[in-house]
Design a protein around this ligand. Structure first.
Ligand SMILES: Cc1cc2nc3c(=O)[nH]c(=O)nc-3n(C[C@H](O)[C@H](O)[C@H](O)COP(=O)(O)OP(=O)(O)OC[C@H]3O[C@@H](n4cnc5c(N)ncnc54)[C@H](O)[C@@H]3O)c2cc1C
Ligand code: FES
Ligand code: FES
Length: 1336
């Protein structure tokens, strides 16, 4: 129970200013305190679980042992404010500001084009800033490590790294191929058809312009905190919150006393385990004991036989300690330390390692713990202390299993951890496999140790421990015992594998599923260990031949590849684009790599997002109550307990809606039944977000289950459950063609869904006005007009009373087209009912649960072809999982069918598609709109044809590609010239054919590692297939001082549309961009806008802006003619005097686009974007891991409006596509509950996933007369090129299967996760697992 006594004052510093908090609440995090109390909104919320880095800040403290000031990055969402006593916090606002002085980190990330939506940028800045505080000239590896805990969904990371590299010692040009020199300097591309060297630029920013880093300019550690740290009194500090008390003793003795008094109270160190459990599992602790000020827990002592590390040391500190010991001691003594170091490099991100303590890690005993398996096999001892005295217990399997007899007593604490040195003839190794290499919880990990009888290969002692295979870390003790006395040979290996499979039995319900994969890893890891040890034994035994020693079987070079892990490599690359014409006036920004208009504000945290808007008078918060059932009748809703919670104002249900409640099939708030888990039923309105969230837990809803419940496409087909009629396109005579071909192949392709994972979750602020039912809505949306319209019909208020404002959106990718209207409308009902402004900010978990994403797809194909690879007939049938309402599913089906042919001319075609109705949250628009899923079927089909013809896939692609002016399957004429050019350029710049041979060579030499290479062409149609969607308007005002305000119908989502619009206005009005400004997108200035989507936002709005500017310039013409030498300001002044209107509306009537589905004909798309990508990967057949060796993209951007922005779009989309096809996997419970609801379970690419070499070229000298200045919209197309990584992986898998004599035509499944890769590379270990399964 919280003590009633008074709270102490919590004193800490933020950005050099003292903060005294007299009522510090232990439940308040630093993130919430910064944003709400101090109004420092630069630090962002994106996940709340330490998994994304958006909330990164720097904490500085004086180290109680060394007395040095330490700076470390932390995720503010997991830092309780009470832990900050005596600390100095630096946020992005404290680093620099556009109003005063920019910090070089901020300047460089913006000018290197490292910001798109800018939501992740403050976190990136703080991670880099902290690195530079500790290492002013870091290595590139340190940079990569510092950024590995920060996610970005927009940029593809390359430009962020580029900005960081400018601080690194070794940064020098593109450093391609490890030569340290730029390939262009080497003259390698002189003969390339990319054009003359002088036309091609490879710099997107000018490094020389950057201000230097001056470490002396940084904020100093506040002297007052130094004095506080010396506090001789060391009194206990207590902070009482509403529900929780925080006690921070000043001495070790007091800590032990408190632990004896409150044995149930946890010790809180990094809060990286307690925090997430309190947040998402509802764990509650009324008292928390913080040992942060106890120096005894940070003591490190070295002895001759081992190392004792204080339990309070952070994992980052442990890493440094171990690295130091490894450098001091002979190799044989540091086996355990090396194994720990290996895992410490990939365990979480830098921020978490800075926060998490060794003690907290051990005591948490997570089943996935990366360190406990190694500590356990390394014979680690735990030094425990209580008032009663001290004792030592082994970190044994019993301790890990939580057996009371082997555990801490409630009043004990872990003081330190003793890790002994290893000895000669002893070997320790660590293994881990996760969805991606870094910053991902492991699927399975292991620690393994063997000790041999001196001078022999006889096993004297053996320990093997696994994580991720059960509820706790599991020891294979029995197997190890049975192997004692055995020789280290193949027979032992075989027996060991069988015993391990027997002992480490994973139940079917094992956490996270993936049972067979995990079991395969259990034995694959042991095999790796076996080989590693064999290698070491050979080295040891050779110089000391011992009596009776055997001849060791040579490990053939082909098998040695099993030993190596993929090293973390810092990506390099070149971006090529055509420079503007040398005659273009310098002032004209079109075609130049102009920085994102908000770049600097993103970097300083001054760019305002929806939830950064200061609290409005009488504002209330809303939280949503969602269905826990997939398909059920709502029997009753009991709100009484929720309404009793202090601060709760109201609960909004369907009955409160004055107008229409969505549509009959897609209700805003559920009425009588629910159709999926996550459907919104009602919404609580309370004074604070915390109260609103607590109240939703108290609402009792009773349900009656309905049937049938359908989740999968297969079930939907079985139940004939569809959302709309089939869409079909056909040409030629498919049946006849199938009869005339040499071969026919049929196959199936599964493509998983994808979560948008925009960094800024859905959020809206609705402000009701006092007059005429007016409402102001600030919303993160791609379609404010849709929000406005939906709110109007929901409230039954005319549209003209509602104004939607969009300043900027923290990423949309299609996920903020339809859904924001739902949240806006529900919040508006709350605002109308209560008369208060309502703020609704979705938690990451809720956002992922409620909003749906990309449609999963199941495709079947039948392809008929000649033996030379010419495809004569192709029949594809696709089903997408639309979820429980129509949303955009019909349109996605149409687009998918229209785009299925991709780059290929096949005379006889039949494409059919249907959207399935299931009991999952409704899927919606997502970058590429069906193309990335559908075309994977087409390309898989090509790969299958190649395999049957015994030809490389690229040959089949070439043979069947459009070659001349032609018509698509829907009879739209087009010229494929640019497609062919992209393809040839890509083959050329990537040296594809040479590398194909090198890959084959590599594969011959390596059995356990295989390489794959693939090149994929793309014909991507932009735009909507309806004329009415191709219109845009703009409003341009010139003010009397000459400044110009531009407004248009597009929304800034990070894609740089506002920057491009000002480039257009600048060219048209012939004034510098500095005269121009865009404030926001608002339904009051430009009405009836179209969603910013389908890659044509800049095209259409650009034409509207151009039109408005041309109208204005025409009006100014007589004045300019009269005074040609005058200035812009003089002309404007004269125009005003002469009563010439200085405001104009611009309009673009848009492209004609239509599709007649009856006839299967139309002109649905204004134009195509062409491209090609080549990727090479290497897979580890034993674990399923892969590394991306190189990607080359050539994209036809025509005359890019802004090459920096366009290359950014291509790279960002490519990396997002790579995520779709390799790591992003949605997992549901059997009841239809989405498991993957945060960055822990759902892995979007991190900075470590960028290909080691990543080159992007914009195809020069191509033209399209249709669009503004002959530019092209590139927002979506790059997404599909991510499939080149997928096909490179399948190429590598095929090589492995071929070598193992297994059928090459395996079922294609995306994402190609490590699980899929491992199981597809079937071998003796997978066989053991399957046989075991059959046997038992
Ligand atoms: C985003 C994220 C990613 C992660 N990734 C990984 C990963 O890849 N691999 C991995 O292995 N782990 C990972 N973790 C888990 C992380 O390693 C643990 O959460 C962390 O080590 C716990 O340490 P802590 O100091 O934060 O513990 P806290 O949360 O502060 O405390 C945890 C528990 O330990 C007890 N405790 C702490 N110290 C003592 C002591 N001295 N004596 C007695 N009891 C004590 C507390 O009472 C409490 O019950 C991740 C965590 C996060 C948030
Ligand atoms: S919001 Fe803190 S790490 Fe994601
Ligand atoms: S710029 Fe990184 S998330 Fe948008």
């Amino acid at each position: 129970m919280p003590c009633p006594s008074r709270s102490d004052e919590l004193v800490f510093f933020v950005n050099g200013r003292k903060v005294i908090e007299r009522n510090a609440d232990p439940e308040v995090t630093l993130l919430s305190f910064l944003r709400k109390n101090l109004r420092l909104t630069g630090t962002k919320y994106a996940c709340g679980r330490g998994g994304c880095g958006a909330c990164t800040v720097m904490v500085s403290k004086r180290d109680p042992t060394s007395q040095e000031i330490r700076h470390f990055s932390v995720t503010a969402c997991l830092v309780p404010i009470c832990s900050l006593y005596g600390a100095a916090v630096t946020t992005v606002e404290g680093v620099g500001s556009i109003k005063t002085r920019l910090h070089p980190v901020q300047e460089r990330i913006a000018k290197s084009h490292g910001t798109q939506c800018g939501f992740c940028t403050p976190g990136m800045v703080m991670s880099m800033y902290t690195l530079l505080r500790n290492h002013p000239q870091p290595s590139e590896e340190q940079l990569l490590e510092a950024l590995a805990g920060n996610l970005c969904r927009c940029t593809g990371y390359r430009p962020i790294l580029a900005s960081g590299k400018t601080f690194c010692l070794e940064s020098n040009g593109c450093q391609q191929k490890g030569t340290g020199k730029c390939c262009l300097d080497l003259g390698e591309n002189d003969s390339s058809s990319l054009g003359r060297k002088s036309d091609i630029c490879t710099e997107l920013f000018v490094k020389e312009e950057f201000q230097p880093l001056d470490p002396t300019q940084e904020l100093i550690f506040p002297p007052e905190l130094l004095r506080m740290a010396e506090d001789p009194e060391k009194r206990t500090l207590t902070f009482h919150g509403e529900r929780v008390t925080w006690i921070s003793p000043g001495t070790f003795k007091d800590l032990l006393e408190l632990k004896a008094k409150h044995p149930e109270a946890p010790l809180i160190l990094g809060n990286t385990s307690l925090g997430p459990a309190m947040r998402s599992k509802g764990h509650f602790h009324p008292i928390l004991l913080s040992p942060a000020r106890i120096s005894e827990l940070n003591v490190v002592s070295k002895t001759n036989d081992g190392l004792t590390i204080g339990a309070g040391c952070s994992l980052a500190h442990v890493k440094d300690i171990l690295a130091e010991r490894v450098s001091e001691l002979p190799e044989e003594k540091t086996q355990t330390y090396r194994a720990l170091l290996k895992h410490l490099k990939s365990l979480a991100g830098q921020q978490i390692r800075n926060m998490a303590s060794l003690g907290g890690h051990i005591i948490s005993r997570h089943s996935y713990s990366d360190l406990n398996p190694i500590l356990a096999v390394g014979n680690t001892t735990l030094n425990l202390t209580s008032e009663e005295g001290t004792r030592r217990i082994p970190l044994s399997e019993h301790f890990l299993a939580g057996l009371a007899s082997a555990d801490l007593k409630p009043e004990e604490i872990l003081e330190s951890v003793y890790i002994p040195h290893s000895q000669k003839w002893e070997f320790v190794s660590a293994f881990r496999q996760a969805q991606c290499q870094h910053n991902a919880l492991p699927d399975v990990n292991a620690g393994m140790r063997v000790l041999f009888k001196e001078g022999t290969d006889i096993i004297e002692d053996l320990s093997i421990t696994y994580g991720g295979v059960g509820a706790a870390t599991v020891s294979a003790h029995k197997s190890c015992q049975q192997l004692l006395g055995r020789q280290w040979d193949e027979l032992m290996l075989d027996e060991a594998c069988r015993r391990l499979l027997d002992e480490v039995s994973l139940p079917g319900w094992a956490p996270g599923g993936r049972v067979e994969f995990k079991r395969t890893l259990v034995v694959s890891f042991f095999f790796k260990f076996y080989l590693q040890v064999l290698q070491e034994l050979k080295k040891l035994i050779k110089p000391f031949p011992v009596p009776n020693s055997r001849h060791y079987p040579e490990i053939s070079d082909r098998f040695l590849s099993a030993l190596e892990d993929f090293p973390g490599t810092v990506p390099q690359g070149v971006q090529r684009y055509q420079s503007v014409d040398s005659h273009q006036p310098l002032q004209d920004p079109v075609g130049r790599p102009v920085m994102h208009l908000s770049g600097l504000k993103h970097a300083t945290g001054e760019a305002e997002f929806c939830d950064d808007i200061p609290m409005v008078d009488k504002e209330l918060h809303m939280a949503l109550v969602t269905s826990t059932r997939a398909y059920a009748k709502i029997i009753s809703i009991d709100l009484s307990k929720a309404l009793e919670i202090p601060g709760v104002v109201d609960v909004i249900t369907a009955k409160d809606i004055p107008g229409t409640n969505g549509t009959e099939d897609d209700k805003l708030l559920a009425v009588d039944e629910v159709l999926c888990v996550g459907q919104i039923i009602c919404a609580v309105v309370a004074e604070t977000d915390v109260q609103a969230k607590r109240a939703i837990e108290k609402i009792k809803i009773t349900y009656e289950e309905l049937e049938p419940i359908i989740f999968t496409i297969e079930d939907a087909i079985k139940h004939n459950s569809f959302l709309c009629p089939e869409k079909k396109l056909e040409q030629g005579n498919i049946e006849e063609a199938f009869e005339k071909v040499d071969q026919i192949v049929e196959g199936e392709v599964h493509v998983g869904g994808q979560e948008h994972f925009y960094m800024e979750t859905q959020r809206v602020l609705v402000i009701p006005k006092t007059e005429d039912k007016e409402l102001d809505i600030y919303v993160s949306t791609q379609d404010p007009a849709h929000v406005q319209k939906t709110v109007s019909s929901t409230l039954h208020i005319p549209i003209n009373r509602i104004t939607c404002h969009v300043k900027r959106v923290g990423g949309g990718f299609g996920g903020k087209i339809g859904r924001p209207a739902v949240f806006g409308a529900i919040a508006a009902v709350g605002a109308l009912k209560t008369g208060h402004p309502i703020r609704l900010v979705l938690d990451r978990e809720d956002d992922m649960l409620i909003t749906g994403g990309r449609h999963p797809l199941f495709g079947k194909y039948k392809v008929g072809f000649m033996n030379n690879g010419r495809i004569k007939a192709l029949d594809i049938e696709c089903f997408i999982n639309g979820g429980c309402t129509l949303d955009d599913s019909e349109l996605v089906t149409e687009f998918l069918i229209l785009k299925l042919e991709n780059a290929y001319k096949i005379r006889n075609l039949r494409f059919r598609g249907r959207a399935c109705l299931t009991n999952l949250p409704s899927n919606t628009a997502f970058r590429g709109f069906g193309f990335p899923q559908g075309t994977l079927v087409t390309e898989s089909c090509i790969t299958a044809v190649a395999a049957k013809c015994g030809l490389p896939p690229e040959k089949i692609r070439e043979k069947n590609m459009y070659q001349t002016v032609d018509k698509t399957i829907y009879k739209q004429a087009f010229n494929p010239e640019s497609l062919i050019r992209c393809w040839n350029e890509c083959l050329d710049t990537s040296s594809f054919h040479n590398r194909r041979m090198q890959v084959e060579e590599f594969n011959k030499k390596n059995y356990w590692k295989k390489r794959g290479i693939a090149v994929i062409p793309m014909k991507f149609s932009v735009g909507f297939a309806a004329t009415s969607y191709h219109q845009a308007a703009a409003l341009v005002h010139i003010y009397t001082d000459g400044s110009v305000l531009v407004t248009h119908g597009g929304n800034e989502l990070g894609q740089g549309i506002h920057t491009k619009m000002l480039q257009v206005a600048s060219r048209e009005l012939k004034i510098p961009m500095s005269y121009l400004h865009i404030c926001e997108t608002s339904t009051a200035t430009v009405p009836n806008t179209i969603a910013t989507a389908a890659s044509i936002g800049a095209d259409t709005n650009g034409r509207a802006v151009q039109n408005a500017c041309q109208i204005l310039l025409k009006r100014l013409e007589p004045i300019i003619k009269k005074n040609p030498e005058g200035t812009w300001e003089e002309w404007i002044e004269a125009a005003f005097e002469q009563r010439i209107s200085l405001s104009a509306t611009g309009y673009f009537r848009g492209y004609k686009a239509f599709m007649d589905w009856e006839k299967g004909e139309g002109d649905p798309f204004p134009y195509y974007v062409y491209g090609a990508a080549c990727s090479e990967v290497e897979i580890d057949c034993l674990t399923g891991a892969h590394k991306k060796i190189r990607t080359d993209i050539v994209m036809d951007a025509c005359c890019s409006l802004n090459p920096a922005i366009d290359i950014g779009q291509i790279e960002g989309a490519f990396i997002q596509g790579m995520g779709l096809y390799t790591t992003e996997e949605l997992k549901y419970s059997p009841e239809g509950v989405l498991y993957s609801r945060g960055p822990d379970e759902y892995k979007i690419p991190t900075i470590s996933d960028v290909p080691e070499e990543f080159n992007v070229s914009l195809l020069p000298s191509s033209q399209t007369p249709l669009t503004i200045y002959s530019s092209k919209g590139l927002g979506e197309s790059g997404m599909f090129l991510g499939s080149s990584v997928f096909f490179a992986i399948t190429d590598a898998v095929a090589a492995a299967r071929k070598e193992r004599d297994i059928a090459e035509d395996f079922t294609v499944k995306s994402p190609a996760t490590p699980e899929w890769v491992r199981m597809a590379c079937a071998d003796r270990f997978t066989e053991m697992v399957w046989n075991y399964r059959l046997f038992f």
